[in-house]
Design a binder for this molecule. Sequence first.
Ligand code: SAM
Ligand code: SF4
Length: 472
Amino acid sequence: MYDIRSLDANEFIDHAEIMSSLEEGKKAALNRAVVESILEKAASYQGLTHREAAALLYVEDKEILERMYALARKIKEHIYGRRIVMFAPLYLSDYCVNNCRYCGFHASNRTVRRRLSQEELREEVLALEKLGHKRLLLEAGEDDKNCPIDYILECMRTIYDTKLHNGSIRRVNVDIAATTAENYRKLKEAGLGTYILFQETYHKPTYEFMHKGGPKADYEWHTEAMDRGMLHGGLDDVGIGALFGLYDWHYEVMGLLMHAEHLEAVAGVGPHTISFPRLLPAEGVDYSAYKLVNDSDFKHLIAVTRLAVPYTGMILTTRESAEFRRELLDIGMSQMSAGSCVGVGGYAHPGREVPGEAPQFRLADERKPEDVLKGLVRDGYLPSFCTACYRSGRTGDRFMPLAKSGEISNCCQPNALLTFKEYLLDYADGELKALGERMIETEVGQIARESIRVRTLDYLKRLEAGERDLRF
Ligand code: SAM
Ligand code: SF4
């Protein structure tokens, strides 16, 4: 039975509640007055319940769909401005004891595996710092023997300690398998930014079909991970996601929103981010059994999520093509990765493939980060390398009031400008410098509060004079 506050995965992600929300949603989508009232609520930045969002998932009318996209764009610009936070994934280890059918790392898929030594990791970090990255997402398969928690903690220390000229990694997010409260506490103590774990699918029978062996096959253990982390492991910043393509996308959106509502109810704060990985071809994976999501449905579900959770960061990955990423940024995404490598050791030694060792999946956007940034700036987006909130302790329930009060624009906007300026000074070529400087000049002029504008101008000068890491 549905119980938002229950700590049993089968009750806070209740199948009957999802089915009934979707059934009612189908009917509501045909009722113009109901749809209008839901859109009106979304337009006031209050967010939507999963039941309200269900109705929008079934809207087919082209004109209403276009209005939903326009509203998603407006909400995004109101809360996030034109900023896009940049990050890069870093694969530490592809050892994995699980047998997730869709993943190239699954246990029975290959014989050659490896994990980075601390020396190799340092090389990877230096290569990422040379690209200007400040925020990383660590990725690893699950294998307690070959990749225990102590190894992850050691890697985090190495990453924070590895610096090149002005380069440093200032925020380390981690995407590793569901683990114990004790391990979450250790990650937090080692300087974890956001703990990210994708549910893959909220549909339990599909989950059980997709995960044939290993600890991840335990649906409850996986689905209740954020509760363990937030209620007992000291986590205050978590990111959820569903791997679109495993099951019906309407169902997955309900799961994501119910999960977010549940975390807010029991931990006092919802997820900091939602990621939208979409299933991509991987070596040794048969796609005939999947429910792949087409572009227009994907865009539809992303817009509905933006309306439902206006203050939650939304993450787009290089799984999407450059062209399509532009469309999705427009309707709600606030973070994206650039220049990603999804194999172990690929930044320092690109192209040095170990025979038998394929990356986790094939990427759709393989542009260099600098080209991604040029594209963003040309489209009017402001790339941000900011990590200030996390480092000033503005996380979890301390971040949300900032976001909701609108103060975010007096803080995130100047910080984005400052970190982009650092990037231009330290890493950009002439073309990007020219594009970026023009953008910074325009954007500074638009900072509403005079005291902030003056201070931003002062900080920009100090960056030019060689200082780094100035922030609000
Ligand atoms: N091993 C950890 C786990 O599974 O939770 C975390 C790291 S795993 C490398 C990160 C994510 O990659 C998985 O959660 C899954 O959603 C995604 N993934 C796996 N196979 C994929 C594929 N073929 N296409 C797109 N994403 C995939
Ligand atoms: Fe292992 Fe994660 Fe891939 Fe599953 S998704 S096989 S747990 S790396």
